[in-house]
Design a protein around this ligand. Structure first.
Ligand code: ZN
Length: 452
């Protein structure tokens, strides 16, 4: 009977030692607040509310829209904002918050952001992309930190602060959160802006997302480039791999590729010479080639195929003439004299409802531009030269209606990390953005003169 007793004391001794060791270890950890993986801030603050939004995984291909909507609704409730949820396509919710102005007959102002984000390859990140880890240097790592959950939450924080200061808007303010921007917005912003509900908002001016700047000026975008997916296809006479003859499909396709490459160079030369920004020229980039006759070991090598196809990503700035572009494609890139056909899939509008290029003026002709500029300078901000965005946002659907819209995400001194690994935003930059939106919201909503 002595044996089990000895074991009991040994067990007791061991357990106590382990307990004491763990206790001292946890005390040690608590006494080290600078521990790298520990979040320095807890509780309900602007930063933690931002982190909570970032932790909702709304990345494609299966964005968790219900959780994002529920979270935003809870935030709006705590601020006292009117909320409406629409579903213009099943499973694609749009949430709209409204802060009524004292003169509801004046055109309203819309602040838009998207709920979704591009996917993230977790293994290539230093932190889980949906944990929203905040380091001691203030960097918050998460997919969507820059694109564009930051602005979605900054809008709400700015409203919260303005309400606390008893600010009262003259113009009505709307804040929309839309799905599917990252996959073209066809089921999101496109349907929302085409709806009667949107028309009833009587929007006079809108703001949407922009991009970070490694420098110390705020970037602002007055247009997007319009994406075209172009497929060109050549049909030709098949023949033995050894023969030289005219009009093979591959030969016809390769002639086009040469001509297109020269056009690409001519556009790129303008950029290289510093005469235009990347976003101001037409880009043409090959994205796939499809030809050949498959065999068990790869491709049949002694046959010239009868069909060959290539795909290109084209981006047209609003200054480009889409009709001239179509003509060039039909006459030079895929001419029927070389047995070629083509297909253009236009991703969104290129002209507004009045036939004008999708551009928001950034001069005195647009009264909203002056008011926006004033809102930035009044909080000590500097604006960079207005730009065309190289890619595309939902703002094009708003501009399509003839409504002036600016792309703006207040991130200075920040590397451009949208869609990249280790996307982050610094807490101080985020908080400064809230201050900037307070100024934008209050200045725009107090602006009485412009009727549009
Ligand atoms: Zn975005």
């Amino acid at each position: 009977m002595a044996k089990p007793r000895r074991s009991f004391f040994f067990f007791f001794f061991l357990t106590t030692t382990v307990l004491l060791f763990s206790l001292s270890l946890s005390l040690l950890l608590q006494a080290t607040p600078t521990h790298q993986h520990q979040d320095p801030q807890e509780g309900d603050t602007p930063i933690t509310r931002f982190q909570n939004y970032l932790r909702i995984n709304t990345a494609h291909p299966s964005p968790d829209y219900p959780s994002a909507i529920a979270y935003l609704l809870s935030q709006a409730r705590s601020i006292g904002l009117l909320a409406r949820t629409f579903e213009f396509s099943p499973g694609k919710p749009v949430v709209l918050f409204t802060w009524p102005g004292s003169r509801p007959s004046l055109p309203s102002i819309l602040f838009n952001s998207h709920l979704d984000s591009v996917p993230a390859e977790s293994s290539k990140w230093v932190h889980d992309p949906f944990s929203a880890v905040r380091k001691t240097d203030g960097k918050i790592f998460a997919r969507g930190a820059q694109d564009d959950k930051c602005i979605g939450m900054q809008y709400l924080e700015a409203i919260r602060n303005l309400k606390e200061k008893k600010f009262e808007p003259i113009r009505t303010l709307h804040f929309s959160y839309v799905p599917d921007e990252e996959i073209g917005g066809f089921e999101g912003a496109a349907k929302f802006t085409a709806s009667k509900e949107f028309k009833d908002l009587n929007v006079g001016f809108a703001m949407d997302e922009g991009q970070a700047n490694p420098g110390d000026e705020f970037r602002v975008f007055y247009a997007d480039r319009s994406p075209w997916n172009l497929k060109i296809k050549a049909d030709g006479i098949p023949g033995h791999g050894s023969r030289l003859y005219d009009n093979s499909a591959m030969e016809n396709l390769m002639k086009s590729v040469e001509i297109m490459s020269r056009f690409r160079e001519s556009q790129f030369d303008v950029v290289k010479a510093g005469r235009a920004a990347n976003s101001e020229v037409i880009s043409v980039n090959p994205v796939y080639l499809k030809a050949g006759i498959p065999s068990p070991t790869g491709f049949v090598m002694n046959m010239q195929p009868s069909e060959a196809e290539a795909g290109f990503d084209l981006r047209l700035p609003p200054t480009a003439d889409p009709d001239a572009m179509r003509k060039r494609i039909a006459e030079e890139w895929a001419p029927d004299v070389r047995n070629m056909t083509f297909e253009i899939i236009q991703k969104g509008p290129i002209r507004d409802i009045l036939g004008r290029p999708l551009m928001t003026p950034t001069d005195e002709s647009n009264p909203w531009w002056s008011v926006f500029k004033q809102a930035i300078t009044s909080v000590g901000g500097k604006l960079a030269k207005p730009e065309i965005l190289a890619s595309t946002t939902d703002a094009r659907y708003i501009r399509e209606l003839g409504i002036p819209a600016l792309g703006f995400s207040p991130m200075t001194n920040t590397p451009i990390l949208l869609h990249d690994h280790n996307e982050f935003l610094k807490d101080t930059i985020y908080l400064r953005g809230i201050e900037v939106y307070e100024s934008i919201i209050s200045t725009l909503s107090s602006f009485e003169e412009a009727s549009h």
